[in-house]
Ligand binder design. Structure first.
Ligand code: PHE
Length: 458
């Protein structure tokens, strides 16, 4: 069979692909979301379950996604349709791609707002606002930032603009340049912060919180949250990785690359946790305070450490880059779809779709001020959008993708595309993709819906 070729160009090297996928994976999910989720869900047991989900569910799904993407070489909807037909089933599989595009749309709407906070904090840090500030000052700052919604709207607009810009420029010129610089630098700064937290924070308190598992804290909803977070942080279940896989040249090891990305992503999240929690406990802050956590803890660290005034702006720039390289992954599937199906130019598609996402972002902005008390089923708009996209759409998309890769694609196709022979590595992937990942997602879903308890299983 002659192989299809990508309509959007190719990554210029294997390294660039690794950078792009890890750029998509490492983002606000690691540094902003993971610590606050771990904090809200009691630490240790949540973290353990999360790591299990990353390697037991997320990794095989990531491999599946890249594999399907490279096989189909189109946007996620068309890819699922084409590969589905080739494997002798119906084209209906295209709806999994559509589900993913919807998830990306919802996630980017709030992601851009949080990235906007980062942009705001960059300006504060440049102005030296954190210098020798105490927890109370920093808290006041966070509250006043949230109240000032026109300013957040401005930052959200700037960030969406930056994202649209890169996606409009296309694969080689836009994405590559960005990812190759920001990632290594971010890691270096996290390491510096880690040393500071170890010296000045309550290191053992932080470590205990993060690594000592108290299983009574692992409620069904914490399990669902941990699984959702694993999908979110790896960017899997929504077609972003599939779209990137579509631009991957033949001959790159999908399995090895995916394993490296999952490992790097986990290390960075845990490192972020080991920066945040020692400082939380040393200052008697509340680990369960929610989405503001990182924005109240890091300024405290920068304000009181040597060279903090210098390092703070560098850190927020890097965090912004990390968010940027993730945001382009969230937008890319929808744009690729629009270009391929409607014949739009990349720029036009990016602007129209980016504009719609920007509008939806207003709901997240208002969730932290004017609409803070408007709750549906106990959550603000932001919490509901996040819950539906992260905890439901991503795992559901991932479940369907892995069923597709493991059951619909025949052994010949997957072995051919993965190109790791049919030995132990391949068999392990196939077992995880066919049985473990789908079953685990289902069990967590049923558990969270309270069905396992009703059936008397737990
Ligand atoms: N993985 C990104 C993060 O952790 C978020 C993301 C999700 C990006 C889905 C692309 C697709 O910040």
């Amino acid at each position: 069979m002659a192989k299809r070729t990508s309509l959007h160009g190719f990554w210029s090297s294997r390294l660039v692909f690794i950078l792009a996928v890890s750029g998509s994976a490492v983002g606000l999910g690691n540094i902003w979301k993971f610590p606050y989720m771990a904090g809200q869900n009691g630490g240790g047991a949540f973290v353990l379950f999360y790591v299990l989900c990353v390697f037991g569910i997320g990794l095989p799904i990531m491999i599946s996604e890249v594999m399907i993407g490279r096989r189909g070489r189109r946007n996620p909807i068309a890819t699922m349709r084409i590969v589905g037909e080739e494997e002798g089933t119906s084209a209906t599989w295209g709806f999994v791609g559509a589900l993913g595009i919807l998830a990306g749309f919802l996630i980017l709407s709030f992601y851009s707002v949080i990235a906007g906070w980062t942009l705001g904090y960059l300006f504060y840090s440049l102005g030296g606002s954190f210098h020798e500030a105490g927890p109370v000052d920093i808290h006041k700052m966070f509250v006043s930032v949230q109240r000032n919604w026109p300013m957040i709207l401005l930052w959200h607009t700037v960030f969406m603009g930056l994202t649209v810009l890169v996606v409009a420029r296309g694969v080689e010129r836009g994405l590559e340049t960005l990812v190759s610089i920001a990632m290594p630098a971010l890691l270096a700064l996290l390491a510096i912060l880690f040393v500071y937290a170890a010296v000045a924070g309550d290191f053992s308190g932080g470590a205990r919180f993060l690594f000592q598992a108290d299983f009574s804290a692992l409620t069904p909803s914490a399990m669902l949250g941990a699984m959702g977070q694993a999908f979110f942080t790896l960017s899997v279940g929504m077609g972003a990785i599939m779209a990137y896989g579509a631009y991957l040249p033949e001959g790159t090891s999908i399995a090895r690359t995916s394993f490296a990305v999952c490992t790097a992503d986990t290390v960075i999240a845990l490192l972020a946790g080991m920066v945040i929690f020692p400082i939380v406990f040393a200052n008697d802050l509340d680990p369960a305070q929610g989405p503001g956590l990182v924005f109240e803890v890091l300024p405290l660290a920068f304000g009181n450490m040597p060279f903090g005034t210098l390092l703070a702006p560098v850190f927020f720039v890097l965090l912004l880059f990390a968010a940027w390289t993730s945001a382009i992954g969230l937008l890319e599937p929808a744009v690729a779809w629009s270009v391929e199906t409607h014949g739009r130019s990349r720029a036009a598609a990016a602007i129209v779709i980016g504009g719609l996402i920007w509008l939806l972002g207003f709901m997240t902005i208002f969730s932290f001020n004017v609409l803070r008390d408007r709750r549906l089923l106990g959550g603000t708009f932001y919490e509901n959008i996040d819950h539906v996209a992260t905890n439901i759409l991503l795992p559901l998309g991932g479940l369907l993708l892995t069923v597709f890769a493991g059951w619909v694609m025949c052994k010949n196709s997957s072995a051919d595309e993965l190109d790791i022979g049919t030995g132990l590595g391949y068999r392990t992937w196939r077992f995880l993709a066919r049985w473990v990942a789908p079953a685990a997602v289902l069990v967590v879903f049923l558990h969270a819906a309270g069905i396992l308890r009703k059936l008397g299983i737990v």
